[in-house]
Design a protein around this ligand. Structure first.
Ligand SMILES: NC(=O)c1ccc[n+]([C@@H]2O[C@H](COP(=O)([O-])OP(=O)(O)OC[C@H]3O[C@@H](n4cnc5c(N)ncnc54)[C@H](O)[C@@H]3O)[C@@H](O)[C@H]2O)c1
Ligand SMILES: O=P(O)(O)OC[C@H](O)CO
Length: 474
């Protein structure tokens, strides 16, 4: 029996808590946002890719019927025209799903898909999203969504904003949103960020910036109003009801009630106070997932080579967690689980596989049509910049000399040569795994980090360093 089939005592139609329990959960949140009886709690998703759309669709399925109390919307940019080939694919998906077909016929939307398939009409990403189709996850139809294409209209009065943008776009869009919020009266909104990716900032000293920090800086929102939801979650599987778990990380005041609000029978959401380090780990696993895809491709799926890679990449990830976190052992479970799911079914591992098989090249960019943003590419650049900087040395356990941390991360170094400087081809990843000096890399790493001696708190942005770097940029 799949884990998703576990039965509970009194599930409602959608398999979640009964209506009165849902209303109670909603009321708890409404109270926290000081809502009067006549006001709706306003929830808006920003960015409508695979995970952003699924997250909003889940809330819509759970709470959407309580219209007087809550308004759930999703914002995406207008104007993305879809090709005839896409329309043909979409039509065959619709034709293969009776429930979806009936729903479209009932809402008089079916004809437009038939016309687009014949090439007599163009479909747009925002219009198909209204019918529950996300361009980056077309095989998994969602429930109909309330789509808004005007950013100010969507976000100005929002209480809860779900950031479904890639990390690389988060700052830009939240700068714009911040301009609207500066005019706004009353209680500040809360953002739950789904983005996994990091930036490296070199001034006034090298450090990592996470999406929540970017939102905090760009929108001028207090950090305690920024939360991160991370988990081993594959969007389509979560929507299909596979049992999943996630952690909502952030300040006390918000994380518990919000975790309770977004959890569902098949989506257990725990809460955790450790915001920034969990977020950093979300970016880190994407780096090594790309490498795993490369190894799989260039060795034609050799199990032995993949296991060698896994041993080396976990060593490097452990090393990096010891540099960045005071209590790295707490991160090991979530990090490994997220790495595992990404190796099995994530886009980052898929991307590595395509590069290794020469179906894609780095020159084609980070945004792959039909798939979405490959977050690991920018994260490779960010971790490389951080760990190769002269201000962040560690002690080499064999020589006792100071060395750049990147020298202990041959996989990261090679990924940078393949993806960024593009001086190496995908097979170079195998060279990074070869033993060159008869030293077990995991032993070397343990010797380097033991007793917390490699921990460098300056490498992660705190509210203070983020303010400093913002001031420096001005
Ligand atoms: N897909 C998953 O299963 C999954 C699971 C967990 C976390 N994540 C993380 O969540 C984040 C979003 O993932 P996704 O799968 O939804 O990504 P995606 O690439 O499918 O979607 C991103 C969305 O953002 C929009 N967008 C991009 N740049 C924009 C800009 N400048 N202005 C406005 N809109 C813009 C795109 O149009 C798209 O709708 C990523 O950081 C990803 O790593 C994804
Ligand atoms: O599809 P990916 O590679 O962006 O990874 C998906 C999620 O991050 C897994 O938790």
């Amino acid at each position: 029996m799949p884990m998703g089939d576990v039965k509970e005592d009194q599930p409602s139609e959608n398999g979640n808590a009964g209506d009165s329990a849902l209303e109670e959960k909603l009321d708890v949140l409404r109270k926290l946002f000081n809502k009067r009886d006549e006001d709706q709690l306003r929830i808006v998703g920003v960015g409508a890719g695979a995970w952003g759309s699924v997250f909003i669709a889940q809330l819509q399925n759970q709470y959407g019927h309580l219209r007087k109390k809550v308004d759930i919307r999703i914002w995406r940019r207008p104007g993305k025209a879809l090709s005839k080939e896409f329309a043909e694919q979409l039509f065959s998906i619709i034709s293969g799903n009776e429930d979806v077909m009936r729903r479209l016929i009932r809402s008089y939307a079916y004809a437009k898909y038939a016309e687009a398939r014949l090439g007599v009409r163009t479909l747009y990403a925002d219009e198909i999203l209204k019918d529950g189709f996300c361009v980056n996850m077309v095989n998994t139809p969602l429930c109909p969504l309330n789509v808004v294409t005007h950013l100010q209209e969507a976000t100005y009065r929002a209480d809860i904003v779900i950031n479904g943008l890639p990390s690389t776009e988060t700052r830009k869009v939240f700068e714009e949103i911040g301009n609207f919020w500066r005019e706004r009266q009353g209680m500040l909104p809360v953002v739950i960020s789904l983005a996994k990716g990091v930036e490296c900032v070199l001034q006034p000293h090298p450090h990592i910036l996470t999406p929540c920090m970017m939102i905090h800086q760009a929108a001028g929102l207090p950090l305690e109003n920024c939360l991160y939801l991370g988990g081993p979650n594959i969007a389509a599987e979560v929507y299909d009801g596979e049992y999943a778990n996630a952690r909502l990380c952030g300040a006390d005041k918000w994380r518990k009630p919000l975790a309770e609000f977004v959890r569902q029978r098949n989506f257990a959401v725990w809460d955790n106070s450790d915001l920034i380090t969990h977020e950093v780990m979300g970016g880190l696993k994407n780096v090594y997932a790309i490498g795993a895809g490369l190894v799989a491709a260039v060795t034609q799926e050799s199990a032995t080579s993949k296991a060698v890679y896994f041993a080396h990449c976990t060593s490097e990830m452990i090393f990096i967690t010891h540099l960045l976190a005071e209590k790295p052992e707490r991160l090991a479970g979530p990090l490994l689980a997220d790495t595992y799911v990404t190796l099995l079914k994530g886009r980052n591992a898929w991307y590595g596989l395509q590069l290794g098989n020469k179906a894609l090249t780095p020159e084609m960019g980070e945004n792959i049509p039909g798939k979405g943003m490959i977050q690991g590419i920018s994260a490779v650049g960010a971790f490389y910049d951080l760990l190769s900087h002269s201000e962040t040395p560690v002690e080499n356990p064999e020589t006792g000399e100071k060395t750049q941390p990147i020298e202990l991360c041959p996989i990261l170094k090679t990924l940078h040569r393949i993806l960024h400087t593009r001086e190496a081809d995908p097979t170079a990843i195998l060279e990074a795994l070869r033993d060159k000096d008869n030293v077990d890399p995991s032993h070397r790493i343990m010797m380097t980090v033991e007793g917390g001696k490699a921990y460098n708190p300056a490498l992660l942005a705190t509210e203070h360093s983020a303010a400093e770097s913002a001031a420096h940029a001005r």
